[in-house]
Design a protein around this ligand. Sequence first.
Ligand code: DQA
Length: 142
Amino acid sequence: KLVYVLNGPNLNLLGTREPDIYGSQTLDDIGALLVERGEELDIAIDMRQSNHEGHLVDWLHEARAEGASAVLLNAGAYTHTSVALLDAIRAIGVPVIEVHLSNPHTRESFRHTSWVGMAAKGTIAGFGADSYLLALEAAARL
Ligand code: DQA
């Protein structure tokens, strides 16, 4: 099995970015944890990050072309703005699991809307880096 893990804007700054909200682990740290757990589950991990919305759209298309069984998507702030990501998720027919480190529902009201969530198979949010690992467990069970 192959699982894509796609990360949106500002997540390259994890570790130093508002650590009280997002924790002190870097995205590379999280990637290493996913690869390790993936080996146990017999799942290859392809993890990417971009600050550009269109890259995320392209990578969702690529996930289908490469035969990924699921995508974990933390779209960062594009979660709350991007109809293009909603459409891409609907277009590819690959289950997408929405991931957030924080729980957006406990934060500003503009974070309460998720275009990604409208098309996602499900959402895991609020568990810090563990959100990604829990989402990988969910992907393994699909
Ligand atoms: C986030 C939550 C978003 O609201 C925010 O814009 C992010 C990170 C999270 O993982 O908690 O960039 O997706």
